[in-house]
Write a new protein. Structure first.
Length: 307
């Protein structure tokens, strides 16, 4: 024998699917014998109640007969070590066909020597995993109402008997270990994965916009640069700049500037003069302007002439 699954201390959810119709709560069930199975069976029926998860979302089930209370510490399986495993909708022991698409029948073994007869001391536990690729992941466990079983001849277990009496007609609530149902859009994305494609398209579009913007900006920059380069005459590349900014001036002496007769003029002390432009010329025009200014008589020469 093996103990039942521990009943998790989680709040009961609104999940439902399997509703047991037989054994009916408070009824007494006989043990059914079949030559194909050495263990007697308990007959059961259940329906799909139309709530989530639908039975069509469950792949299979494992069913056991439990005796005792509603907790793992005061209950026990009386189903042999090999629990009944089946597929939903398949007719089994003693039946030629299922009653309907949402109505299921089966039998589950019970070991007579595993427990004594306890009034309303038994119930069924069905554990069902979600089908692969469905809207859910995980497992869900359903419970039938309490009933009695004729033909049980095992020893009395006070813990089980007391717990069953204290439980009355109550049984454990449906225990859901399923993920929340997926939305329709989520389900579609799971099957078709359009979201991943949309993300790729969006990223590609953004990168395209960035590249185009950068290309336009670079083209505008190069165009402005070329236009700025053509704004100055080419001669500007070779023009002579004076060394200082300010009033352009040149000291003229005989070694640097001839007079009208070809003779060199001396320094200011020897008759030369200081030519000075009246403006802030610093470009290539300055030497020519200085030459014009230089050709004019100096103040000293004008004085001598007038004298």
């Amino acid at each position: 024998m093996k103990p039942p699954y521990r009943l998790a201390s989680i709040a009961a959810s609104a999940y439902a699917a399997v509703v047991f119709k037989k054994p009916e709560p408070g009824s007494t069930q006989p043990l059914l014998y079949n030559t194909d199975d050495p263990h007697p069976q308990v007959y059961t029926e259940w329906i799909d109640d139309g709530q989530e998860p639908a039975i069509s979302e469950l792949s299979s089930y494992e069913m056991n007969v439990v005796v005792g209370g509603n907790d793992a510490s005061n209950s026990w399986y009386i189903t042999p070590e090999r629990a009944l495993s089946g597929s939903f909708g398949r007719a089994r022991w003693g039946s030629t066909s299922a009653p309907g698409p949402d109505h299921f029948i089966d039998t589950v073994a019970a070991e007579p020597a595993a427990a004594a007869r306890i009034e309303n001391g038994f119930y069924l536990m069905m554990k069902a995993p979600a089908r692969e690729g469905g809207w859910h992941n995980g497992t869900i466990t359903f419970y039938s109402g309490r009933f009695s079983i004729d033909g049980m001849n095992g020893p009395v277990n006070l813990t089980h008997a007391t717990a069953a009496a204290e439980a009355g007609s109550s049984v454990p609530r449906t225990q859901s270990y399923l993920d929340p149902p997926l939305s329709e859009s989520h389900s579609q994305s799971k099957e078709e994965s359009p979201s991943a494609a949309n993300v790729g398209v969006g990223v590609g579009a953004m990168l395209g916009v960035v590249v185009i913007t950068m290309a336009i900006g670079l083209a505008c920059f190069l165009r402005l640069r070329r236009r700025h380069g053509h704004a100055s005459p080419e001669i500007a590349q070779d023009k002579a700049e004076l060394p200082d900014v300010g009033r352009a001036r040149l000291e003229l002496d005989g070694s640097r500037c001839p007079d009208n007769n070809g003779a060199a003029q001396g320094s200011p002390q020897s008759g030369g003069h200081l030519a000075e432009l009246p403006t802030n010329w610093t470009g290539w025009e300055a030497p020519a302007l200085l030459e014009v200014e230089m050709s004019r008589p100096s103040k000293q020469q004008r004085s001598l002439t007038l004298g």
